[in-house]
Structure formats: C-alpha cells, structure tokens
Design a protein around this ligand. Sequence first.
Ligand code: ADP
Length: 277
Amino acid sequence: SHPVKLSVHLHPYGDGRKLMLSRDVTALEQAEAMRRDFVANVSHEIRTPLTVLVGFIETLQTLQLPNAERARYLSLMAQQGARMHSVVQDLLTLSRLEGSPLPGRGDWSSVRALLVRCEEEARALSQLLTPEGSMPHRLAFPEDAQLRAAGDIAGSVPELHSALSNLISNAVRYTPPGGQITVQWQPLEGGGARFSVRDTGPGIAPEHIPRLTERFYRVDRSRSRETGGTGLGLAIVKHVLQRHGAQLDISSVLGQGSEFAVTFPASRLRVPRAAQA
Ligand code: ADP
C-alpha cells in the first residue's frame, strides 16, 4: 500500500468562496516514473555498446594497425553492433506484443512440434556455450510418446515458441556446461498442462524473483551480456504468456538451481482422445 497523492486545485468563485477539487494522481505519477526509468534504461543499453563502437572506429582511423589487430577490432565492433541489434529487436517485439490483438483460439499447433524445435535449438546453444573439450549440458526433454499425447495448443506459434524457447535458453545460458536441464510437459487434472524447465545453475535469491520479468532487470549483468542477453527476455515471456491465459511461476534455491513453470489453461489445449484419462 502506497501513500495516496492528491492533486488539489482551488477554483475561485466571484463571491470569495473557493471550490476545492482534488484527485488521486498516484497512479499517474507512477506510470510517469516507470516511463522515465524505461527511457533511461533503453538509452543506457544502447549507449554503452555505441560508445565502444565509436571508440574502436576512431582507433582504426588514427592508428595504422597490423592486419591481425585490425581483424580483432572489427570482430569486437561486430559484437557490439549485434548487441545493439538484439536490444532493438527485443524492444520492437515488446511493443508489437503490446499493440497487437490477443491471439485467437482458432489457430491450433502441435505441442510436439513446438518442443522438438526448442530441443534442437537448446542443443545447438549448449554446443555454442561449451568450451572445446568440456562436457555440454545434459538436456532431458519429454519422450516422443508423451509429446504426442500432449496434443495441440491454441495461440500464436511464433509467440509461444519465443516464450518457451526463452525459458529453455535461459536455463542453458545461466547453467555452467555439464549441468542438468530438464524440460517437462505434464497434463493437469481438468485438461490444463504444466510446462517446466528445471536447471542446476546458480539459482536466484528470493528478493530478485518477483522482479525478473521487469524490463532490463538482471541479477548477473556480466553473465547476461556474455551470453547475448538483453534483459528483456523474461519481460517478453511474461507478456506472451499473459496473452495466452497462461501463468509463470518461478522457484529457485540459491546455489542449487531454478525452475520456471508455465501453467496453460484447459481452454487453450486439445488433447487426443486416446491420451485423455
Ligand atoms: P537476460 O537477457 O539478461 O537473460 P531475462 O529477462 O531473460 O534477461 O532474464 C532476467 C535475469 O534473470 C537474467 O539476467 C538472470 O540474472 C536471471 N535469470 C533468468 N533465467 C535464469 C536461470 N535459469 N538461472 C539463473 N538466473 C536466471
């Protein structure tokens, strides 16, 4: 409960009396503060790589560097450019999500197809993040029979894919290679389903958990950046899930790992007859 803030306006009558008008501007001011924070964050996220980029360009312009050195600078510049690109891309995704109508329930797609694609991507990402000679992550996905029994889900495939793959890629990015990542799809009583991603990564302290879906909120900036994070991933996930009537629950034990679980309502799922209990 926040203190209520009133805006007071005194309206004078000709006869010396005054009418006092007041209204609660707490929500307005909060929205304004959030907007300011957001703009400051966006500017910061773009300015940092831009500063590096401009610095390197100036270096290349002033110094006659040997080819190998030049190549190294150019590759660092490409990295910074890619980083800015991801931030802008994620911002556009968010603003599109906010502006577009809710995905209808008429478009059905197979849960299996969605998760098979997520698994391929997770394996590729794990390879990319595992140094030569180290053990990659151990990835466990549902068995094929289980995926077939999961049936179809209603909504936007690109949105659902981005939400589920984001949760899985976070698990891979924040868990050191060799760690275990378990993805499950469990039917719930009453026709809903629970999708979950469990990892044996660093875990998240309880005070951070409620803030993870805020734009640009990061617990570990350097790990986020090293692995191409923008700090917008979970904000996008939350948005997409809300639009699909699904709920995100995060639980974690520091030093042991985290679980990100999504509950889909029965109204969004269509399970084949044979699989129904
Ligand atoms: P980012 O692009 O930084 O990964 P996200 O919005 O996807 O942004 O996640 C926000 C923050 O939540 C991350 O920066 C990280 O600190 C934390 N986080 C997300 N997933 C995990 C995970 N599986 N294990 C530990 N920390 C995580």
